[in-house]
Design a binder for this molecule. Structure first.
Ligand SMILES: Nc1ncnc2c1ncn2[C@@H]1O[C@H](COP(=O)(O)OP(=O)(O)OP(=O)(O)O)[C@@H](O)[C@H]1O
Length: 234
């Protein structure tokens, strides 16, 4: 059995005739934070959608803790420990913050939690009884992360969490993600803000036009001619 938390093998995703993911392969270890960066439209969110079970791939496989998860949808994967945040969080606005988290927990793993009380962990405890619609957009992003943590993830997929946060909030949330990873949770961070990625990761994948064009540290990526040409050069 694979020792990896996640094995993504030759994954293809088509939308009509367009290949949004074109033969993508990589692995992730327990407790590792992996960054995925690349230009707009390069396939980063599509990759998160395939791993989380929102989209079925047209080719290749996704294995989680050694098991092929192709037969599992979003809920099945959540119950086994794969969960994600969204670029644009959509909490249940009329439910309270605490109710939003309780609902997410219901779809979770019901096992020992890496983070016992996600609201306290993320500084949202004081707002537990507020309607989620009252939260600022930055607080809604934290609530989205709290909901993902409430499912007890072993693999956390984080899609553009830092956008819209101020530098202080960004620093706080990156410290929290590091703490989550120290509990053994593997984390994939899709992000445009490279300072945020740099603080969190030793290894990044760079995507372009549905393909992985680079794997290594962000510092190495900055010296890679292809990466510079398609992504960092502008
Ligand atoms: N449901 C869909 N139907 C059709 N095309 C899609 C769909 N989802 C994504 N695409 C297309 O697939 C390509 C990759 O999109 P994706 O959102 O994965 O890119 P991204 O790297 O996450 O971009 P960004 O950095 O702007 O979020 C884009 O050309 C996009 O238009």
């Amino acid at each position: 059995m694979s020792p990896n938390l996640l094995d993504v093998d030759h994954v293809i995703k088509r939308f009509g005739g367009f290949k949004a993911l074109n033969d993508v392969s990589f692995t992730l270890a327990e407790g590792e934070i992996l960054g995925i960066v690349g230009p707009n439209g390069s396939g980063k969110t599509t990759l998160i959608n395939v791993i989380s079970g929102l989209y079925a791939p047209d080719g290749g496989s996704v294995r989680f803790r050694g098991y092929d998860v192709r037969h599992l949808g979003l809920t099945g994967r959540s119950r086994r420990g794969i969960n994600r945040t969204f670029q644009i969080p959509k909490p249940f606005r009329q439910l309270t913050v605490a109710q939003n988290v309780a609902l997410a927990r219901h779809y979770g793993r019901h096992a020992s939690m890496p983070i016992e009380d996600p609201l306290a962990f993320l500084g949202l405890a004081e707002m537990a009884d507020w309607e989620a619609g009252r939260l600022t957009s930055a607080q809604q992003k934290l609530l989205d992360l709290a909901r993902a943590l409430a499912t007890g993830p072993r693999l956390l997929l984080v899609d553009e969490l830092a956008a819209g946060l101020n530098p202080q909030e960004m620093h706080q949330v990156s410290e929290k993600l590091l703490e989550v990873a120290r509990q053994g949770v593997g984390i994939i961070v899709v992000e445009h803000l490279l300072g945020f990625v740099n603080h969190l990761t030793r290894r990044v994948l760079v995507m372009n036009a549905g393909q992985l064009i680079f794997e290594g540290s962000l510092a190495e990526a900055a010296h890679d001619p292809t990466v510079v040409a398609v992504y960092l050069g502008g």
